[in-house]
Design a protein around this ligand. Structure first.
Ligand code: DAH
Length: 339
């Protein structure tokens, strides 16, 4: 019996050291130490032993059981540690790795330039007002001294929504709305989108942006117009920039001017940006036509005013050397990320 017990021990320990996983160990444990196991079976036969032999064999059996149990235990622990290590290795997270950069939004270049312009005019005492993009013929044309058959309507190809309803072709419509609701002194700018049925190319877009300005008070003269617009041009383009007032025509101003500044690209020498002229046109302006004042209930004998309309898109493309106006409207992040 002692021999049998030693054989069981030996084969169990051999099997344990040959086992390749935790499951195999458990199978060995059951087959040796389990209720129907080899060792258990032997112990059941102990009844047939003499009273002298019984305690000796019993002791040996207990010792062997303990040895096998210890071997099973340590083998199980070794396998558990091994699989834990493997898992840790596989699921390793490198906390020293740099994280993905979080994308922070930024202002569209048009808004950056617009904010600068608003700052300049606000510092000169202008209020910022808003106006609707869908306008009536009255506000966009009629009240601005552009009657039905006026040739100036051909200058502005209009998107009509209904017979009397259109997408505003100029922010000048805001002049009328302002004069209808405010009493002089008036000093406002109105930035916004305008729409014209233009062919799209590198310098034309059916949607673009203007900033309308209007000043109405007693004794407002062409000198005030020049002073304000020169100041504006110097703040936007720098104090060395020359500003040129060219006679022009708009139905809602008399006299009318267009304002050019020295090309910031070539400093007036002439280049591709200014088409060789050395000048860039940035706005139209003039003294508010007496008929426009009257149409809004303001007495042109008592009050006078000046108005201007600045193109925001050209200012933006020249400042940032953007070669194609369409880039401003496509919202391609590769482009916008550069500002
Ligand atoms: N509305 C004109 C345009 O779209 C620009 C303009 C010219 C606005 C003269 C004015 C102005 O207020 O007085 O071309």
């Amino acid at each position: 019996m002692k021999e049998k017990l030693n054989l069981i021990k030996e084969s169990a320990l051999n099997a344990i050291s040959a086992a390749t996983d935790e499951k195999a160990i458990e199978e060995i444990r059951v087959s040796v130490l389990g209720k129907k196991g080899e060792l258990t079976a032997i112990l059941k036969q102990m009844g047939g032993l003499s009273p002298e032999e019984r305690p000796i064999v019993g002791q040996l059996a207990n010792k062997i059981r303990a040895e096998i149990e210890a071997a099973v235990d340590s083998a199980k622990k070794a396998f558990a540690a091994e699989s834990e290590n493997k898992k840790l290795k596989e699921e390793k997270i490198d906390i020293t790795m740099p994280s993905k950069p979080a994308k922070v939004g930024k202002l569209h270049p048009l808004n950056t330039v617009l904010n600068d312009m608003i700052d300049i005019f606000q510092s000169m005492g202008f209020d910022v007002v808003d106006g609707p993009e869908v306008e009536t013929d009255h506000y966009n044309f009629e009240a601005l001294n552009v009657p039905q058959d006026h040739p100036a309507r051909d200058m502005q190809d209009t998107f009509y929504l209904a017979e009397n309803l259109l997408l505003r072709t100029q922010t000048s419509a805001a002049q009328i709305r302002t004069m209808e609701t405010r009493k002089p002194p008036i000093k406002i700018i109105c930035p916004g989108r305008v729409f014209r049925a233009d062919e799209v190319d590198a310098t034309h877009s059916p949607v673009f942006h203007q900033i309308e300005g209007l000043v109405v008070d007693k004794n407002i003269t062409m000198c005030d117009l020049k002073g304000v617009l020169e100041q504006f041009a110097h703040e936007i383009y720098g104090p060395d920039t020359e500003v040129k007032f060219r006679p022009s025509f708009f139905p809602f101003t008399e006299p009318s001017v267009e304002v050019d500044v020295t090309c910031s690209e070539c400093k007036g020498k002439g280049c591709r940006v200014c088409k060789g002229s050395g000048w860039i046109e940035i706005l139209g302006a003039g003294m508010v036509h007496p008929r426009v004042l009257s149409a809004c209930g303001i007495d042109p004998e008592e009050y006078s005013g000046f108005a201007f309309g600045i193109g925001l898109d050209r200012l933006t493309t020249t400042r940032y050397k953007i070669s194609d106006i369409r880039l401003l409207f496509e919202n391609d992040l590769r482009f916008l990320d550069q500002f």
